[in-house]
Design a protein around this ligand. Structure first.
Ligand code: UDX
Length: 434
């Protein structure tokens, strides 16, 4: 199949690379000239495990190329995916200006039948608006179909998620478009679920909200565990063993962050209100997420008493491990909370430090070259993002380097018993003694 993907961000790039890897001819389009040049020169502008290899393999095999021209993409493909950003507006609803602009651009160069697929996360009923826009701006009156095909990939394991999906959701209103979509996904050997366009759009927001709900649910339980002396890890195992509930996404921690959950929840709340069916439960999910971080910072303050001028180390700044993405990272929020109270924050992250400095997300933070350097002379260590590197570190060395060996484990990475045996004062999330 000949496919183009408009928008070469996380979603567009991974989707394009994986489509090429299963044998399709893919053109990735982006209006950012610098990004296109970077990609053409063989460099990948984001860190995503395995992605660089897939891109190089498919560029060499001439199945993947990059362009700035939407016309080039639309002309040479049967199916055109839209994977541009849908950022949040101040009131929580979604800014759809990029989607609208791309719809107009496609309409302007549409000369024969194409399937236009929305991959970006959008509010329900966006597909209808995209179709209206293309119809309005396509002077030639060319036939086309709009399809919704939401992505479910997680950063840090996006290539694997895309190559081995749990399900593929295709929201289409016509057989012609559906047949082409099925052909694209044939090599992935995954269950395909066909729905109408509105349902497909809703599936994405409903799925992400449900996952965030699971996280807030276990985080609320972690507060009850701390107040009662129970252990949230055991509670999560106990409830997660029930197949109807499942253990995944029941890991208590500092709360969820990233470019999807916070934005998608706010958007879903806004859409539900606009539709006259307010989803108020999700407001509580947001509130618990915020409180979870506040409780954590309070625990640090209660333990260290005064934070001003105290040296505090932070391990992990990205919103989750195995990514360089620092958008809406709870770790950064914690760092800024401490900096505001006058603490000296020494941080280390395997992939996120350069971007944080570039975007000035943490003014005043001291970035260190290694995990051990970050804990040097520190009065406490905060584990904020659970990179595997921290799991393999020599904790005796860490203890020796610290001024006072106090650990606040925001992701329950370490075993409380082992840490106490090693001589640390250990505080986890929702765990006995924490
Ligand atoms: C999410 C969805 O999982 C994915 O399907 C969708 O396409 C995009 O949004 P992503 O944001 O990449 O993916 O990360 P995810 O692994 O879902 O984690 C989101 C946040 O939740 C992270 O901050 C993570 O630390 C947190 N989290 C996750 C928990 O606190 N506990 C958990 O049990 C799981």
């Amino acid at each position: 199949m000949d496919i183009s993907i408009i928008g070469s961000g996380y979603v567009g790039l991974v989707t394009g690379a994986c489509f090429a890897d299963v044998g399709h001819n893919v053109i990735c389009v982006d209006n950012d000239r610098k990004k296109v040049e970077t990609l053409r020169s063989g460099k990948v502008p984001i860190y995503e495990p395995g992605l660089e290899e897939v891109i190089h393999r498919n560029v060499s095999a001439h199945r993947l190329r990059f362009t700035e021209s939407t016309e080039d993409g639309v002309k040479h493909s049967q199916v055109v995916f839209i994977a541009v950003p849908t950022p949040p507006l101040a009131n929580g609803s979604v800014d759809l200006t990029y989607i609208e602009k791309v719809a107009r651009e496609i309409a302007a160069v549409l000369t024969e039948y194409r399937v236009i697929v929305d991959k970006s996360t959008v509010p329900v009923k966006t597909g209808e608006k995209v179709a209206d826009t293309i119809r309005r701006y396509n002077k030639a009156g060319v036939d086309f179909d709009v399809v919704s095909n939401p992505e479910f990939l997680r950063e840090g394991c996006a290539v694997n998620d895309l190559m081995n999906p749990d399900r593929i959701v295709i929201g289409a209103n016509g057989d012609r478009a559906l047949a082409l979509m099925k052909k694209i996904y044939e090599p992935f050997m995954a269950p395909i679920m066909v729905t109408d366009i509105n349902s497909a759009e809703l599936i994405k927001h409903a799925a992400n909200s449900f996952l965030a709900l699971k996280i807030s649910y276990i985080n609320a339980i972690s507060a009850i565990c701390e107040a009662s002396g129970a252990d949230v890890e055991k509670v999560a195992d106990g409830i997660g063993a029930d197949k109807r509930i499942g253990r995944s996404f029941l890991n208590a921690g500092l709360g969820y962050g990233g470019s999807c959950f916070p934005k998608d929840l706010a958007a879903f709340i806004a859409i539900s209100e606009q539709l006259g069916a307010p989803f108020t439960l999700l407001k509580e999910v947001q509130e618990i997420n915020k409180t979870q971080r506040e409780r954590f910072v309070k625990k640090i303050r209660d333990t260290l008493w005064v934070l001003k001028d105290k040296k505090i180390a932070i391990w992990g700044l990205t919103f989750k491990p195995d990514t360089d993405d620092v958008r809406s990272s709870v770790a950064i929020d914690v760092a800024n909370d401490l900096l505001r109270e006058g603490a000296v924050v020494q941080a280390y992250d395997p992939k996120g430090m350069a971007r944080i400095e570039e975007l000035k997300l943490c003014p005043g933070i001291e970035m260190k070259g290694s995990a051990l350097e970050a804990v040097s002379d520190a009065e406490a260590l905060i584990l904020a993002t659970e990179w595997n590197e921290f799991n393999n570190i020599d904790l005796d060395e860490v203890k020796k380097a610290m001024h006072t060996p106090i650990i606040f484990d925001g992701r329950n990475l370490f075993d409380p018993g082992t840490m106490t045996q090693l001589g640390f004062q250990y505080y986890g999330i929702g765990r006995a003694g924490g």
